[in-house]
Design a protein around this ligand. Structure first.
Ligand code: C5P
Length: 243
């Protein structure tokens, strides 16, 4: 096979030029990183699981009319996606306190929040993806007020969908991060869910036992990350046969 042009390499994924204009191939690596890449490891099979899980969530979102960048899964580690202009923000939705929110506000992990809270972080590894306000986003022109309204609406729809799907398999969706991209169609832009949705970017707790089934297992040395992700995939019925 001809070598493909690498467009971008991140901590957990590589983007290659796609077969058609406006498409990319997203390759899922086995690399795990935490604390802005201060802690790294290779977790065999993680890329395969996240490729499947992201396919499952993106397809589910499309079915309820939430646009995403996902086109189709190509093989165990790769999926075809639409090329988007990524908005330089990480959008975090929280249903229960955990992680940096607990630290910032002194809330016990697991405290139910009065309503889902949407936060924005500026995507910049060098700065450690700092939390920013809507004022920063508007003043620096990372997004318009209309984009902000659309991003919040989109994120809350993703939250409703993911929370429901997870609840159905006995898992509490504590929080998650998504990225959103612009697709230009003639002179109109459409915002779509991009990047990935996987246990790398969600907090998932077993409803009965509170067991963590997400990247905190790696961040906090709580056991086998691949066992945790395999359990999520098994419950959702998307376990690949040969991870
Ligand atoms: O660390 P924090 O509590 O702010 O993380 C909130 C959620 O966003 C967690 O589910 C975490 O996995 C996700 N996240 C992420 N990528 C980042 C920061 C947070 O996927 N760079």
């Amino acid at each position: 096979m001809a070598r493909r042009k690498k467009v971008y390499e991140g901590k957990a994924k590589i983007l290659y030029e796609g077969p058609e204009p406006g498409t990319l191939v997203q390759y899922f690596k086995d690399d795990a990183t935490a604390f802005n890449a201060e802690k790294t490891a290779t977790i065999e099979g993680k890329g395969v699981l996240n490729n499947r899980l992201s396919e499952f969530f993106m397809n589910g979102l499309a079915q309820i009319g939430v646009p995403t960048h996902f086109i189709k899964r190509i093989n165990m580690r790769e999926q075809l996606i639409r090329s988007v202009e990524i908005i330089p923000l990480e959008i975090i939705v929280r249903n229960f306190a955990a992680g940096s929110l607990s630290t910032r506000l002194g809330l016990a992990e697991g405290t139910a929040l009065p309503r889902p809270i949407v936060e924005f972080c500026f995507k910049d590894d060098g700065l450690g993806d700092p939390l920013v306000s809507e004022e920063h986003i508007l003043a620096f022109g990372w997004a318009t007020q209309q984009d902000l309204d659309d991003m919040i609406a989109l994120s809350l729809r993703v939250n409703d969908f993911l929370s429901g799907v997870m609840l159905g398999v006995g898992i509490k969706l504590v929080d998650f991060k998504i990225e959103i991209g612009r697709i230009w169609e003639n002179d109109f832009q459409r915002l779509v869910v991009a990047d990935e949705i996987s246990p790398d970017s969600c907090r998932l707790w077993d409803i009965e036992t509170g067991q963590k089934l997400d990247k905190d297992v790696f961040r906090r040395d709580l056991g086998s990350l691949s066992d945790a992700y395999t359990e999520v995939a098994r419950r959702l019925g998307v376990l690949p046969s040969n991870v």
